[in-house]
Design a protein around this ligand. Structure first.
Ligand code: F6P
Length: 548
């Protein structure tokens, strides 16, 4: 049975399918030889961000068909619902308003009949005051020393965003502070971090929207016990602050609610980097830089709401993604930042995209009969080139790639930067053009191989090419540009969720594992294996008991 409001029943989807059959055999490089102006036609410049989508299997018709598809699925209506705070996260009865956190408008924004703008401003002010105190060395630990080491304890959205952005904006970081991020329940994570810390100068930020996530609570309790080996109960408030929506749980933990930075249930975990969850970022780069980060994201919101699809970067990104996922049958999508500072970006976007669009039930509760979110993965260039690019170039999968490069860096090793960008361009070039067998054979003959050797070796050295990629070039990795880039990806994910007719804002798929972990832990604590457990689980438990 096909789902009501199924995208695949729209006229434009059918037209895209027919168009795919017609054009999919056109080699990418032919698009370029047929149109000398292709780069200008298929790129968008937005302040210090250049979005080049010309190396994709698209033409103007594809974009027009997606425009129709977006009209048919009433994308505009959904965009309005998103920004107006309607409860579009319908399985949790929540609005999705992280964009309000980066909007400095004074006009009221009502959620459940309440204007939330003053609350947002109050929390911002509190973050501002606290971060200024810590950064100025005025927030003192229990022995009167200023804070020098900051440990964020959180997981998922309460870890990945702050960690990624703090790392990405390291050139803006305060020289007086060192940052650590602990997320894993694996004790090694906390153990290795605590080893290098000095209790007198350490501030723990316990970050958890729910303040009930097992990993975070376990790590937080252990950190608390570690602190109390030297400090006293009454010193806790100097060394532990919380970021959460759950005031009761925070105060039950022993953190003074005056040291809690709140946010709201209309901010999803994976979209929370703009909220108090960004506290480590603020402590690292200072409040004015954080404001620029928010402003960059807000610029992307305005762009998304106002630009026509032909110039709308998130919509184009979404269209290209759907084109490959649903028509070209691409299963994965690679994020390849050519900046070591962006090394945590693939993991961040993995959560943003896969937790949002990794769904197989449509908004009306029926199973979808079309593909939804792809597998997102990646690694920085040039590291990935020496690991998995082999498969992208010569494997059997089609893997659309997003290259993210930066023109200007805050270091003096210019020759490195030139090599880095040369590699980035070389990869998208090689993916598109490839190298055909005749050229390979000619090269081998020129290298002195015999005709026989050249013929037998050539097939292994062929690059089929015709592999698509998109490139973002940032003039610099500034807070503003980074904020804009992340918001662009958020909106891309949103558009895709609208087309796929799924709820991009819940994450029920993480629940079952959490529940089972609790019941398996009961077994482990009793060194037993319930008869209800399957033989594999029981067998592994017994081996664990023997070896642990
Ligand atoms: O288990 C998934 C999840 O709920 C994510 O969506 C979230 O970012 C993460 O756990 C952490 O949740 P919390 O901030 O409530 O600890």
């Amino acid at each position: 049975m096909s789902v009501q409001n199924s995208p695949i029943n729209t006229d434009s989807w059918k037209a895209l399918q027919a168009y795919f059959t017609q054009v999919s055999k056109i080699p990418l490089r032919m698009h370029f030889s047929n149109d000398k102006d292709r780069f200008n036609q298929f790129s968008v410049r937005d302040e210090g961000l250049l979005f080049d989508y010309s190396k994709n299997h698209i033409d103007k018709n594809v974009i027009q068909l997606f425009k129709k598809l977006f009209e048919e699925v009433e994308l505009n209506k959904s965009i309005n619902a998103l920004f107006n705070g309607e409860e579009i996260n319908h399985t949790e009865n929540r609005s999705v308003l992280h964009s309000a956190l980066r909007n400095f408008s004074e006009s009221p924004l009502h959620i459940d009949g309440k204007n939330v703008r003053p609350e947002i401003e109050n929390v911002r002010q509190k973050l501002h005051d606290f971060s200024n105190q810590v950064r100025a060395g005025k927030w003192l630990g229990y022995t009167g020393k200023p804070i020098k080491q900051i440990v964020n304890i959180g997981i998922g959205g309460s870890d990945l965003g702050p960690k990624m952005v703090t790392e990405a904006l390291k050139p803006y970081q305060s020289k007086n502070l060192a940052f650590y991020f602990v997320s894993n329940i694996d004790g090694c994570d906390l153990h290795e971090t605590l080893k290098v810390l000095n209790r007198e100068e350490t501030l723990f930020i316990i970050s958890s929207k729910s303040f009930s996530t097992t990993e975070t609570m376990t790590n937080a309790q252990t950190a608390r016990r570690w602190f109390l080996q030297a400090g006293e109960e009454q010193d806790i408030e100097k060394h532990f602050v919380a970021v959460s929506t759950n005031k009761n749980a925070v105060s039950n933990f022993g953190i003074n609610p005056k040291n809690m930075f709140g946010f709201w249930n209309w901010v999803g975990g994976r979209y929370s980097v703009w909220s108090s969850i960004g506290l480590p970022i603020i402590l690292s780069i200072g409040f004015p830089n954080f404001l620029n980060f928010l402003k960059g994201a807000h610029a992307a919101d305005v762009h998304f709401k106002t630009c026509p699809i032909e110039k709308n970067i998130p919509m184009l990104l979404a269209a290209i993604g759907i084109w490959y996922r649903n028509f070209w049958n691409a299963n994965t999508h690679a994020i390849l930042p050519y900046s070591q500072y962006l090394r945590h970006l693939p993991a961040y976007l993995q959560q943003a995209d896969m937790e949002s669009n990794g769904k197989s039930v449509a908004n009306n509760g029926e199973n979808v009969d079309w593909k939804t979110g792809p597998i997102i993965w990646g690694e920085t260039g040039t590291n990935g080139q020496h690991a998995f690019y082999q498969l992208i170039h010569q494997g059997t999968e089609i893997i659309p790639c997003d290259f993210i490069a930066v023109a200007r860096f805050n270091h003096e090793f210019n020759n490195h930067n030139n090599q880095l960008f040369a590699n980035c361009l070389a990869q998208s070039n090689a993916l598109m053009h490839g190298k055909d067998i005749k050229v390979v054979e000619k090269d081998l003959l020129e290298q002195g191989k015999s005709l026989h050797e050249a013929k037998s070796l050539a097939p292994f050295k062929v690059f089929k090419g015709n592999k698509p990629s998109t490139t973002f070039l940032l003039d610099e990795l500034s807070p503003y540009n980074l904020g804009k880039l992340l918001a662009i990806y958020e909106h891309k994910i949103f558009v895709q969720g609208v087309v796929w007719n799924i709820n991009s804002f819940d994450q029920w798929g993480v629940e079952l594992g959490k529940t089972l972990a609790t019941s398996i832990l009961n077994n482990i604590e009793k060194k037993s294996a319930d008869s209800s457990l399957d033989s594999s689980t029981a067998g592994l438990l017994h081996a664990f008991y023997k070896w642990s």
